[in-house]
Design a protein around this ligand. Structure first.
Ligand SMILES: [Zn+2]
Length: 322
C-alpha cells in the first residue's frame, strides 16, 4: 500500500476502529481529528466543521464545543473506548454477527476510504512539497530532446518496443476494418516522414486489430496521468510524487499544446494501480486515463485548433529499471 501522508502513523487498525464508531474523521495529527458530533441533532446553535474533536493520545475521547449534546457524546465515548480496547470485536459497532464475507468487505471498504481520505488530506502538502514547474522539468530530462517539435515524435514512440503494435491516428480512426492502417508495429511507424497522427495510446494491441477497444489490448505499457484542473506548473508535483514516493518510473512528460501536461509512467503492477485509482482522483487527476484504450496526444504532432505543437518536455528512453 502506498503511504500518502507520512505524518499520520496511527495504526490503520486503530483509525479504522475509530472511524467505524464515529464515521469519517478528518485527521489533523496522529492522535487528533475532527468528527461529526454524535449529538449534532441536539445542537441549539449552528454547527461548525471543527465543533467536535476526537483525541486518542490518552483515554480515547471526543469533545464537542456544544453542550446540548452532552448525553450523546458521553455514550459515544463509552462506545469508542470499548471498540478500542476490544480488538476482537472491532468489526462493527452493530452487535449483529457479521459473516466473514461481510467483515472482509467492510474492512476493504474502510481501507479504501482511508486511502482516499489520506490522499485528500495530503493534497495541498503534495502540491507544495513536490512542486515541479515546467522550467525545472525540462532541465531534469535525462534524454536530450530535439529543439524542433516536428522531430520529437520518433523519440516519443521510441518508448515502445520495435515489435509493439501501436495505434496512431485521430480519435475516430478505430472500429472499422479500414482502420487496420492505424495499427502498426512501432518500427513501421518510425519509418514515416513526419508524425503519422495526433493521438496514440499507452497500451499495445493484438496483431490484426482495427478497433481501439479494451478487448484488443495485448498489454498496458504505460500509465498516463493528466489533470483537467491543475495548471501546467502544478501537475508536475503529482508526477514527481509518483516518481519519488510511489517509485514509478517516469518515462515522458508531454505538453499537449492545450491546457495540460501528460505524465507517462511505466505501467505499474495491478496492486499499485488499485491504490492509484483511489489516490489520483483526490488530487484532481483524470480517472478516464485508467482505461487502457484511451487515446492520448503524440508529441511532435501539430495541434491545429490550438495552433500549437504537442511537445516533449521530459524523456527517459533508456531500457530497463532505474
Ligand atoms: Zn455536539
Amino acid at each position: 500500500m502506498i503511504q500518502t501522508d507520512e505524518k499520520n502513523t496511527t495504526p490503520a487498525a486503530m483509525t479504522e476502529a475509530v472511524e467505524r464508531v464515529l464515521g469519517g474523521v478528518e485527521w489533523i495529527s496522529d492522535t487528533e481529528g475532527f468528527v461529526r458530533c454524535p449529538g449534532e441533532s441536539d445542537h441549539s446553535h449552528r454547527n461548525g466543521r471543527k465543533d467536535c474533536k476526537v483525541y486518542l493520545d490518552r483515554i480515547p475521547t471526543i469533545t464537542c464545543f456544544h453542550s446540548s449534546c452532552e448525553e450523546a457524546v458521553k455514550s459515544k465515548n463509552a462506545e469508542l473506548r470499548v471498540a478500542l480496547s476490544a480488538p476482537a470485536r472491532l468489526n462493527g459497532s452493530n452487535p449483529r454477527r457479521r459473516s466473514p464475507e461481510e467483515k472482509a468487505r467492510l474492512i476493504e471498504l474502510n481501507r479504501k476510504e482511508s486511502i482516499r481520505r489520506r490522499a485528500r488530506n495530503s493534497r495541498d502538502a503534495v502540491l507544495r512539497d513536490f512542486r515541479w514547474p515546467v522550467s525545472q522539468i525540462t532541465k531534469a530530462s535525462p534524454d536530450v530532446i530535439p529543439a524542433m517539435p516536428a522531430e520529437q515524435w520518433r523519440m516519443h514512440l521510441g518508448l515502445f518496443a520495435p515489435e509493439d503494435v501501436v495505434w496512431i491516428g485521430d480519435i475516430f480512426d478505430s472500429g472499422k476494418p479500414e482502420h487496420t492502417a492505424s495499427f502498426r508495429r512501432r518500427e513501421e511507424w518510425t519509418s514515416f516522414e513526419s508524425a503519422p497522427g495526433s493521438f496514440t495510446c499507452p497500451a499495445v494491441f493484438k496483431e490484426g486489430s482495427f478497433a481501439r477497444s479494451n478487448d484488443n489490448v495485448l498489454a498496458r505499457r504505460f500509465l498516463v496521468v493528466e489533470s483537467d484542473i491543475l495548471k501546467k506548473d502544478e501537475v508536475g508535483a503529482i508526477f514527481r510524487w509518483l516518481k519519488e514516493q510511489a517509485r514509478l518510473r517516469l518515462r515522458a512528460i508531454v505538453d499537449t499544446g492545450g491546457k495540460s501536461l501528460h505524465g507517462w509512467f511505466d505501467y505499474p503492477g495491478e496492486a499499485e494501480m488499485a491504490d492509484l485509482r483511489l489516490i489520483l482522483p483526490e488530487w484532481d487527476c483524470d480517472p478516464k486515463l485508467f482505461t487502457p484504450s484511451q487515446p492520448v496526444r503524440l508529441a511532435g504532432a501539430f495541434r491545429t485548433e490550438k495552433n500549437a505543437w504537442q511537445t516533449l518536455l521530459f524523456l527517459d528512453g533508456k531500457e530497463g529499471a532505474r
